[in-house]
Design a protein around this ligand. Structure first.
Ligand code: NAD
Ligand code: ZN
Length: 341
């Protein structure tokens, strides 16, 4: 089969011929149809310090996918050949206290497909049946291929009650934009999204009914005045990984505000703790998606009018994967989807 692998410890990914994976009794084999390129894949392409420390050379990359089940292990029940599916890319252990309590997304032994284990940028993927998420007809393959990052957005957005609340999202990357759409869908009042990249803010405004703010041109105090907000944002979602964005968020929050942090700062970054203490702010770190509660909720939302399709700005056949990665690296794209059929 064709597979996109990290063949050499240097920038790039290479299309190779690999054997189709053999499945175990608890696995399924998925014929991949569409995959999404993630920021994580860009780190792996660039071979930065994190990637060099984490990703074994030779690995087939990719973790955002949709496809069809073509083979089933002998212990697997409840799935059938021909079933369209996506799936959770975090392979969990069953030994930890959290896992045994059913909090699978908090298992410290989690391994990621396309990061630690063979990934989805291939014609076929082996996946534990446990991780499979069947797709209803209402969710086509390209939306199926971005459920992983949509799940990050949904999990972050549902961290706190948003109904009637004023919400600030810092970072209009694909995940920030989708989180804005989710906040709207579940009934937030004002949804303000910031970035320093005008193309990203334009895209945000196309995907969701948001107030886009270029923080190089306008400050959040003026935005609050413009929206006639007397105090501050009730809920913040940090989705840039940028120190300045977090500082601006803390400043713009209401007393007792709640912040969900998905963005990953590049290293240790200073925080003005006294500001957080005196504003009585709650901060929650968010990792991945809830397995499988986030999947149920996002599929229900997609079936009930949540529309994030416009966040997909580029589509390529898989042989043009380089163009897809370059589009992602340009900062001018939303999600980029590769077609493996
Ligand atoms: P992205 O890099 O595409 O988007 C980040 C955006 O932040 C960019 O558009 C960038 O221009 C913007 N930005 C930079 N400086 C800013 C500033 N000062 N103010 C406002 N915006 C600013 O990333 P993404 O794929 O949308 O992911 C969002 C974040 O979530 C990233 O940090 C990513 O690493 C992280 N992430 C975390 C998890 C997790 O499980 N915690 C999972 C996926 C992604
Ligand atoms: Zn991803």
């Amino acid at each position: 089969m064709k597979a996109l692998a990290k063949t050499k410890p240097e920038p790039g990914l290479w299309m190779e011929r690999r054997a189709v994976p053999e499945i175990g009794p608890d696995d399924v084999l998925i014929r991949i149809r569409k995959t999404g390129i993630c920021g994580t894949d860009i780190h792996i392409w660039n071979w930065d310090d994190w990637a060099a420390r984490t990703v074994p050379v030779g690995l087939v990359t990719g973790h955002e996918f949709a496809g069809e089940i073509v083979e089933i292990g002998r212990n697997v029940e409840g799935l059938a050949i021909g079933q369209r599916c996506s799936g959770e890319g975090h392979l969990i252990g069953r030994q930890s206290r959290q896992s045994r309590a059913g909090k699978f997304h908090l298992d410290p032994a989690t391994r990621g497909i396309g990061v630690n284990e063979q990934g989805a940028f291939a014609e076929y993927l082996r996946l534990p049946a446990f991780n499979v998420v069947p797709l209803p007809d209402a969710i086509d393959d390209e939306i199926g291929a971005i459920l992983d990052p949509l799940g990050n957005a949904v999990h972050t957005a549902l961290s706190f009650d948003l109904v009637g609340e004023d919400v600030l999202i810092t970072g209009a990357g694909p995940i920030g934009i989708m989180a804005a759409a989710v906040a709207r869908h579940v009934g937030a009042r004002h949804v303000v999204i910031t970035d320093v990249n005008p193309a990203r803010l334009e895209l945000a405004a196309q995907v969701a009914d948001v107030v886009p703010v270029d923080v190089t041109k306008e400050n959040l105090a003026d935005v609050k005045a413009r929206l006639k907000m007397t105090e501050g944002f009730d809920v913040g979602m940090e989705m840039s990984g940028n120190q300045a964005a977090l500082d601006q968020m803390v400043e713009a929050m209401v007393m007792g505000g709640r912040i969900a942090m998905l963005g990953i700062p590049p290293g240790k970054s200073p925080v003005d703790w006294s500001r957080i203490v005196f504003k009585a702010i709650t901060i929650k770190g968010v990792y991945g998606r809830e397995i499988f509660e986030t999947w149920y909720k996002m599929i229900a939302m997609l079936e009930n009018g949540l529309d994030v399709r416009k966040v997909i700005t580029h589509r390529f056949g898989v042989d043009a994967f380089r163009d897809g990665f370059m589009a992602m690296k340009s900062g001018q794209s939303g999600k980029v989807v590769l077609d493996w059929t």
